[in-house]
Design a protein around this ligand. Sequence first.
Ligand SMILES: [Fe+2]
Length: 267
Amino acid sequence: MECILRKQVRFLCASRGTNKRKKQIVIERIYDIHNHILWGVDDGSDSLAMSLRMLKQAKESGTTDIILTPHNKPNRRNIYVTEMVDQIAQLREHMSRENIDINIYPGNEIYYRMDVAERLRIGKAATMAGTRYILLEYNPMDEWDYIRHGADDMLSEGYWPIIAHVERYVNVMKDMDRAQELINKGCYLQLNASSVTGEVGWAYKKDCKKLLKEGLVSFIASDAHEDKKRTARLDKCVSYITKKYGEDTAKEIFMINPSKLLDDKAI
Ligand SMILES: [Fe+2]
């Protein structure tokens, strides 16, 4: 695990009213645990140049640490862990040349299917930064029994599932008790920043609000795919969460929980 330098990142969050003074929010570090910044491996970044632009945008918006999570899906090209580690080393060299000071780590967004545990064992899929945490994705229309079974399967194999963009799963969101049940089992819930702030529609925003109000959300991440619309900027969402739910919640979601993840500690 890389040594994490302690450094403060300051955000200026405008308070209501144009004449009021701006309130300064201090969050020491901001982590992005779900994105498609690694180039040429999925439907995310298509070139090294784009990856570097995305990383610069992340840096400008205050992000200090990123777990790179290319898709790991059936019937797609899936990068092996060893290849990913090599590509990340290459990316670090380019980042260093361009003074992009962000810690990056390997991970995967793993689409649940029966052989996921086996894939993880043989290096065909990656956990989050080598920890017990995995970022687990389903089809938005998957049945609740299938989602629950997938979580149980991964937990019984000793992994700690983070349910990727949980707001997308119709059969979880229709009943808040199901979201709570996933957490009771030992799963963690992740939202996409663009869903939280309403950039991808009112319905997702409303569902995110329900989960946040109940305190069920452990992580919010960019799920960035490129450098124009689905970008790696988290500043807008950090400001939104701070304003709506308070600085402590923002710190927990963007800094404290991801930092525990990297230390392989339960949240
Ligand atoms: Fe994703």
